[in-house]
Write a protein that binds this ligand. Structure first.
Ligand SMILES: Cc1ncc(COP(=O)(O)O)c(C=O)c1O
Length: 390
């Protein structure tokens, strides 16, 4: 069948590839799946019970809701923004989507014309680049190794002819947390040059460094024509399967975006919206217990993997990922396959995240307790020995 050129020009989603690999190949060893970012956290149990009760008593939960989302959830997000950032926004600035991926796609569909340009820091989150490809939006892929140098270039030339800039903080796939002053400056330049700053806060609850606090430009600038915030319940509340996210932007933008939302999905799944509402209203601190476990996993992982000599990595400061960088002249996809076949360890190839992470493997700290980390270390070392002899 005919396939549209923009789809043909877009790469295949690596996570679908990873899942297919599991179906096709059964390694001798048990599988340690570090590919997709699925935090080992369940939604708050009480919230699930509240939802099931509501499902048997509230007829409207089974029907479409307001396209923008159920009022209770939008109200709760409004309160949450006030508590976190001390800024008052209106419910008219909030739209509930079926996840942050959808929020991004609908946002750029509403914001950008074919041929417009978005700057995306690289290594990048592949789905956002895929979305830009579908719409024929030009992606300027920039490696921000040094924030000062990037800022200088952004002020002087990178921001020319740019329509939007994206930041994910904390970041997927690197586990990086951007410096607050850096983000403030990028935001200021964006305001001055009328570039829309798209800010993905999906991992805002996942800071690994003690005492670190999430920064959002909304706390200084409030709602603005230059700011789009993307949020999600997927990671913080272990709700990846429910598909609930949101978008915060100015009223006129949301109004126009409703054309897309109504055509695309009408409204986010209503029962899922209720679970998000109960979780945020009554169990706001729910992510904390998981973050404590995550911190321990990261500490132990960093400590144990120091002895593995075929890759190096940066200790993540936030989110749930890091990239393992290696030197062998072997393509990332080939490396993923070999590591999976021989050792049962499933990762994602760095080249799925852009052209600056070719020889690396992304891992997600999904469910890494001490035992699994020790097992991983053993298998990584065996793999290292084998590949060097190869
Ligand atoms: C940075 C980032 N944004 C968005 C998403 C997708 O979130 P959702 O499940 O809300 O669509 C992910 C998922 O891994 C992500 O890493």
């Amino acid at each position: 069948m005919k396939i549209a050129q923009n789809i043909l020009n877009t790469f295949f989603p690596p996570i679908v590839g990873a899942k297919d690999l599991i179906k096709e190949i059964k390694p001798d060893k048990s599988i340690i799946n570090l590919s997709q970012g699925i935090p080992s956290i369940m939604p708050p149990n009480q919230a699930v019970l509240m939802l099931t009760e509501k499902m048997s008593e509230l007829e409207s939960i089974h029907k479409y809701s307001d396209d923008r989302g159920i009022p209770e959830l939008r109200e709760e997000i409004k309160k949450d923004i006030y508590e976190r950032h001390g800024i008052k926004i209106g419910v008219e600035n909030i739209l509930i989507t079926a996840g942050a991926n959808m929020a991004f796609f609908q946002a750029i569909l509403t914001l950008l014309n074919s041929g417009d340009t978005i700057l995306i820091p690289s290594p990048y989150y592949f789905n956002y680049v895929m979305a830009a490809n579908f719409l024929n939006v030009e992606v300027r892929e920039v490696n921000i190794l040094n924030e000062d140098i990037f800022l200088e270039e952004f002020r002087n030339k990178l921001s020319d002819k740019l329509d939007a800039v994206l930041f994910i903080n904390p970041e997927n796939p690197t586990g990086r947390v951007y410096d607050k002053e850096f983000l403030r400056e990028v935001y200021k330049v964006s305001l001055k040059k009328n570039i829309v700053f798209i800010y993905d806060e999906v991992y805002r609850d996942f800071y690994i460094e003690d005492g670190a606090r999430h920064y959002s430009p909304i706390e200084e600038y409030g709602i603005s024509e230059n700011l789009i915030i993307l949020g999600s319940f997927s990671k913080s509340y272990g709700m990846t399967g429910y598909r609930v996210g949101y978008l915060i932007a100015d009223k006129e933008f949301i109004w126009n975006l409703l054309k897309v939302q109504d055509t695309n999905i009408i409204c986010a799944p209503v029962a899922s919206q209720y679970l998000a509402y109960y979780s945020l209203k009554y169990f706001k601190n729910h992510p904390e217990e998981y973050v404590e476990r995550l911190k321990k996993s990261v500490e132990i992982f960093c400590e144990k993997m120091k002895d593995v000599d075929w890759f190096n990595f940066r200790k993540p400061e936030g989110a749930i990922y890091t990239l393992l960088n290696y030197d062998f002249p072997i393509d990332g996809n080939e490396m993923v396959k070999m590591l999976y076949e021989r050792e049962g360890i499933l990762t994602v190839s760095g080249n799925s995240f852009g052209r600056f992470s070719n020889r690396s493997l992304r891992i997600s700290f999904n469910d890494l307790d001490v035992e699994r980390i020790l097992e991983l270390k053993k298998r990584f070392e065996e793999f290292g020995k084998w590949i060097k002899e190869k």
